[in-house]
Design a protein around this ligand. Structure first.
Ligand code: CUA
Length: 196
């Protein structure tokens, strides 16, 4: 302590004025703290990006929105939930002013689900609250999102991209059912949540 009192930093400085050396030292210390924080944040972004395979949800896959209804993947008979040979399911939907087609799809719990959605008219938004599913649905492109639902229930699906005067009424739903219940559903039941 006696050292401090005889140190030049503590001598002949009027009240309330901090010596220049002290200011420089404090500034350098904070500069180091800020640089360290930046380094940590960049490292977190890089590490989580690589280990979790995170990427912007842009599936660059084009499709002609004017011929969707004529056949192919998004023909009406092919929409809804399809069971894949590997046990996963694929849900195909169309967003259009002002509804999702189909309005509701049933999927099994604890099972990989792949959503493939496209639009016939303008940009819509596809969002399932409390999941990682949130993507724009752009005409001319197929949006693809993958998720696994851990709890059964009905997930309401608001369109979250302003798409016209009926936007606020554009809702769909995903009904997550127990695993053992899903195989008993026929193709039509899977693609509707109406009471059977
Ligand atoms: Cu569709 Cu907003």
């Amino acid at each position: 302590m006696a050292d401090n009192i005889t140190s030049p930093l503590w001598q002949s400085v009027p009240d309330g004025i901090v010596p220049e050396e002290e200011v420089t030292r404090t500034e350098n210390r904070w500069l180091a703290v800020v640089l360290a924080m930046l380094a940590v944040m960049v490292a977190i972004i890089v590490v989580t990006g690589i280990t979790h395979g995170l990427h912007p949800p842009s599936n660059v896959e084009t499709i002609d929105p004017t011929t969707l209804h004529l056949g192919g993947e998004f023909a009406e008979s092919n929409l809804g939930t399809a069971a894949e040979p590997d046990g996963s399911v694929t849900v195909r939907m169309i967003g259009e002013q002002y509804s999702f087609v189909p309005q509701c799809a049933q999927v099994p719990v604890d099972t990989p689900v792949k959503f493939r959605i496209t639009s016939t008219d303008v940009i819509h938004g596809f969002l399932l609250p409390a999941t990682n599913v949130n993507t724009m649905v752009v005409p001319g492109f197929v949006a693809e999102v993958r998720t696994t639902f851990s709890r059964p229930g009905i997930y309401q699906m608001p369109c979250n991209e302003f798409c016209g005067y009926g936007h606020h009424g554009m809702w769909g739903a995903v009904k997550v059912v127990p695993r053992e219940q899903f195989p008993r559903l026929g193709p039509i039941e899977r693609t509707s949540c109406a009471k059977q």
